[in-house]
Design a protein around this ligand. Structure first.
Ligand code: NOJ
Length: 565
C-alpha cells in the first residue's frame, strides 16, 4: 500500500476524538498575517475583507481557529505591533464593520477568531504618548510610560544599560516643549514603540476596557504580544552586560518574565471569564512569553491565568530524534502540573520558515520532505498546534528580497552595525501567499499583474493553493489529510502524555498514544538513512509516499508515518 492519505475506515467519523473539556486543548490554530494573506481591494496589502473571502479555505483546511496578527490603527513602524489606537482598525485593513463581518462569517463556518493584543508598548503616535511629550516632564501622562532623566552631567546618557531587541539602546531622548534636550523614554523594541508603565492604574484600566471592547465584538480570545515584558524590575537596574539579545530566553532579565506579570493575567482571566466558562465557547488567551525554561512558561498557565503559551523551546529544536524527544518530555512534564495543554509550533511571522530553517538548504525537495515530516510529527503530539499561513503550501523563506523593499525595523536598525544581512530578519517569511494563476501576485490581489507589498518568487506559481488542490502528493493535501485524521482519531490531539517506543533504530522517534480504546502510533525518521521498522499497525498517513511490505516498512530519511493500531 502506498499512501499519504487516511486509509483507515475506523477513523473517518469527523470529530470523533474532540475534547469536551475545552475547545482550545487540542485546537489547530492558524496564524493569519493580514498584510500578506489576501488583498481584496487591490492595493497590494492584505486586508480583512481578503481574510473573510478566504475563510472557506480555512474551513476546508480543517483548522479550529484563526489568529490574526494586529489589525489596529498603526503607523506600521513594526508591521502593526506599534498600535496608535486599540479601538480602531487601520484603514489599510478595513474598518470595524469589516471586523464584525469577518467574525460573524468565521463563526458561521465554525471557526474561532483570536485577536493579537499588544500591551507591552504602543506607537509613539498613540494619543497618550503624544500628549505626554507635549506636556513635558511632570505631566501625569508621562507616568503611563517610562520617562526618566538621563545620567551624566547633562542627562546625556540613557537611564540604564538596557538594549533594544531590535538593536541599539532601549532608550531614546526626547526634546522638551521648548526644544531643549529632555527626558528619555524606554522602548524595548523600536523607538516608535514606547513601553507602557504597568504600575500605572490608567494603563491597567485601559487594557481591561480594550479587552472588553473586542470580546463584546465576538472575539474568541487573544494572543498576547510580549506577555512576559509588561512588568519591569523595580528601579530598572542595569544588566551590566552587552549583547543582551543573546541572553533572551536563557536568563531572567530585569525587563522580562518578572513575577509581577502574573497579577495582570489573573486580572485578565477574570475579564475573560465574565464572558462565560462553558468549555465549548470559552474566551481564551495565549501568551507570547519568552522565558528561560518551559517550567517558567507554565507559570503563565496556572488555572487562574492564561490558557496557552507558545512553545518556543520546541520551535527552536533541531530535527534530531533525541533532542525532539527531550523537548517533548520537558514540555509535557511542565504542563501536566498546571493542567494546561501543551502547544507546538514550527513557524510564525518572526522566524525563518521551518522548511528553510530545518532543511539543509541544498535541495528544495529535500528541505520540503523534512518540513513535511516535521509537520506530521508536530500534529501527532498531544495538545494544540499552531500553523503559520503558507506553511501548508510548503513555502520556503524568501532569502533574496531587495533591501529597498524590506520593512522589518530590525533590518533598518541593524544597518551599519555589522549585524546586517538576511539572518534574523523577518520579511522573508512575510511574503504574500500565492493563491492561484500563473502571474504575480498569484491571486493574492484581485488583478493579475497587480501589486503586492513584497514581491513573490516566480516559482511560487507552482505552490499556489489552486496548483496544489486535488494533487494527492501536495503539501496542502497532506495538511488537509493530517488535520482531518487528527479530528477523527480519538488518540490524536487530546492528551498530556506519550508512550515512547524504545526499540527503534538510532535517529527514529516513535510514540504510542491511546484513547477511547483506540491506539495511534507515530514514527519519525530524523536520520539521513532509511531504516527498516516493523509496521506497528495500519498505515494511516505518511509525509513521504511509503510502502509496507510483509509487515515491515523501509522508513525513508526525513519521513514521519502515522499508524492506526
Ligand atoms: C512579537 C511580535 O511577534 C513581533 O512581530 C513584534 O515585532 C514584537 N513582538 C514587538 O511587538
Amino acid at each position: 500500500m502506498t499512501t499519504q492519505h487516511p486509509a483507515d475506515p475506523t477513523v473517518t467519523a469527523a470529530d470523533a476524538g474532540r475534547r469536551t473539556d475545552g475547545w482550545w486543548r487540542d485546537a489547530v490554530i492558524y496564524q493569519v498575517y493580514p498584510r500578506s494573506f489576501a488583498d481584496a481591494n487591490g492595493d497590494g496589502m492584505g486586508d480583512l475583507e481578503g481574510v473573510r473571502g478566504r475563510l472557506p479555505y480555512l474551513r476546508e483546511l480543517g483548522v479550529d481557529a484563526v489568529w490574526l496578527s494586529p489589525y489596529y490603527a498603526s503607523p506600521q513602524a513594526d508591521a502593526g505591533y506599534d498600535v496608535s489606537d486599540y479601538r480602531v482598525i487601520d484603514p489599510m485593513f478595513g474598518d470595524l464593520a469589516d471586523a464584525e463581518r469577518l467574525i460573524a462569517d468565521a463563526h458561521g463556518l465554525g471557526l474561532r477568531v483570536i485577536a493579537d493584543l499588544v500591551p507591552n508598548h504602543c506607537s509613539d503616535q498613540h494619543a497618550w504618548f503624544r500628549q505626554a511629550l507635549r506636556e513635558g516632564p511632570g505631566s501625569p501622562l508621562r507616568s503611563r510610560f517610562h520617562f526618566l532623566p538621563g545620567k551624566g552631567a547633562d542627562g546625556e546618557l540613557p537611564p540604564n544599560d538596557w538594549e533594544s531587541i531590535f538593536g541599539g539602546p532601549a532608550w531614546t531622548r526626547t526634546a522638551n516643549p521648548d526644544g531643549t534636550p529632555g527626558e528619555w523614554y524606554l522602548h524595548l523594541f523600536a523607538p516608535e514603540q514606547p513601553d507602557f508603565n504597568w504600575d500605572s492604574r490608567a494603563v491597567a484600566d485601559e487594557f481591561r476596557s480594550v479587552l472588553r471592547l473586542w470580546l463584546d465584538l465576538g472575539i474568541d480570545g487573544f494572543r498576547i504580544d510580549v506577555a512576559h515584558g509588561l512588568v519591569k524590575a523595580a528601579g530598572l537596574p542595569d544588566i551590566g552586560l552587552h549583547d543582551q539579545l543573546r541572553l533572551l530566553g536563557n536568563d531572567v532579565l530585569p525587563f522580562f518574565d518578572q513575577d509581577g506579570v502574573h497579577e495582570i493575567y489573573r486580572d485578565w482571566r477574570l475579564v475573560l471569564d465574565e464572558y462565560g466558562t462553558d468549555p465549548a465557547t470559552r474566551r481564551i488567551a495565549v501568551a507570547e512569553a519568552w522565558t528561560p525554561t518551559v517550567a517558567r512558561t507554565a507559570n503563565y498557565l496556572r488555572p487562574d491565568e492564561l490558557h496557552q503559551a507558545f512553545n518556543f523551546q520546541y520551535l527552536g529544536t533541531a530535527w534530531d530524534a533525541g533532542k525532539l524527544r527531550a523537548v517533548v518530555d520537558l514540555t509535557l512534564d511542565a504542563m501536566r502540573p498546571v493542567g494546561a495543554p501543551a502547544t507546538w509550533v514550527l513557524s510564525n511571522h518572526d522566524v525563518v520558515r521551518h522548511l528553510t530553517r530545518l532543511g539543509a538548504g541544498l535541495d528544495r525537495e529535500q528541505d520540503l520532505r523534512r518540513a513535511r515530516a516535521a509537520t506530521l510529527l508536530m500534529l501527532a503530539l498531544p495538545g494544540s498546534a499552531y500553523v503559520y499561513q503558507g506553511e501548508e503550501l510548503g513555502l520556503p523563506e524568501v532569502l533574496d528580497l531587495p533591501d529597498s523593499l524590506r520593512q522589518d525595523p530590525a533590518f533598518t536598525r541593524a544597518k551599519g552595525t555589522g549585524a546586517e544581512g538576511q539572518e534574523g530578519m523577518r520579511d522573508g517569511c512575510r511574503v504574500p501567499i500565492p493563491w492561484s494563476g500563473t502571474e504575480a501576485p498569484y491571486g493574492f490581489g484581485p488583478l493579475p499583474g497587480g501589486p503586492s507589498w513584497l514581491p513573490q518568487p516566480a516559482e511560487w506559481a507552482k505552490l499556489s493553493v489552486e496548483a496544489q488542490t486535488g494533487d494527492r502528493d501536495s503539501t496542502l493535501e497532506l495538511y488537509r489529510a493530517a488535520i482531518a485524521a487528527r479530528r477523527a482519531h480519538p488518540a490524536l490531539g487530546a492528551g498530556d502524555s506519550v508512550e515512547w517506543l524504545e526499540e527503534l533504530p538510532t535517529g527514529v522517534l516513535g510514540f504510542r498514544r491511546t484513547a477511547a480504546g483506540q491506539e495511534f502510533v507515530c514514527t519519525a525518521n530524523t536520520a539521513e538513512q532509511p531504516v527498516l521498522i516493523p509496521a506497528p499497525g495500519r498505515l494511516l498517513l505518511a509525509s513521504t509516499p511509503v510502502t509496507v511490505v510483509e509487515d515491515e516498512l523501509l522508513l525513508p530519511a526525513d519521513t514521519t508515518v502515522w499508524w492506526a493500531v
